[in-house]
Design a protein. Structure first.
Length: 220
């Protein structure tokens, strides 16, 4: 069922209307109050914390249902899981600068086992979920047992590899965050968040330490 509430929603320059038309949402050019119909339209968007919000993450929404959103933070390295754990199971070229070859701490839920690879590779092999024209994601389980090398598995626990043979851009994240829709509705009404269409430039080509500030600068 669709939800209606009032919140601040921002657009990205001239490309924003097309992005919103593709997602089925209505683009609003100002940051005034508006009534917006919320269906399954926020996949592929950022939740950007405002100055009223102490949150320091830039949250990429990869799943949206009536009850809530699933999102990953694109700004913080994982404190315990190094990138080298995945280099041996990565098939395809990694064009990221060495400083950006990190595992991101995607959120507080299952940060040591739930692995999400956010990418734009049309030819990636595996449990590949389409978000929109610009983004897809692969989901895995990460297993690290004492005395054994790190392993990634499919949902059925079958060992697998990260297949990015199409040469797309990608980020590796561990963990995610659930945003309850009722709680988020109140926070949006209190101007704690701005919703912004995500762009490949910010996601894939901006250093992780600069993503939040660049997203904030993109808001009209």
């Amino acid at each position: 069922m669709a939800r209606h509430f009032r919140f601040r929603i921002a657009c990205l320059h001239a490309d924003a209307p097309d992005l919103y038309r593709r997602s089925g949402a209505r683009c609003i050019r100002s940051t005034q109050d508006h009534d917006v119909e919320m269906t399954n339209t926020l996949k592929g968007h950022f939740l950007v914390p405002t100055t009223n919000n102490p949150d320091t993450g830039l949250w990429f929404i990869f799943h949206h249902e009536a009850e809530g959103l699933l999102a990953i933070d694109l700004t913080k390295p994982h404190p315990d899981i190094p990138y080298r754990h995945f280099e041996s199971v990565l098939e395809g070229e990694d064009n990221k600068p060495r400083s950006e070859r990190i595992v991101l701490l995607g959120g507080p839920m299952q940060p040591d086992t739930s692995m999400i690879v956010l990418h734009n590779d049309l030819h990636a092999v595996g449990d590949n979920h389409v978000i929109n024209d610009d983004f897809r994601f692969l989901s895995y389980r990460f297993v690290l047992l004492p005395g054994h090398p790190p392993q990634i598995t499919k949902a059925d626990d079958t060992p697998t590899r990260i297949n990015m043979q199409g040469g797309g851009d990608f980020l590796i994240t561990m963990g995610f965050r659930l945003f309850d829709m009722d709680a988020l509705e109140k926070e949006l009404q209190d101007w704690q968040w701005t919703i912004l269409p995500a762009t490949p430039d910010i996601v894939f080509f901006t250093p992780h330490k600069e993503r939040l500030e660049k997203a904030r600068r993109s808001i009209n």
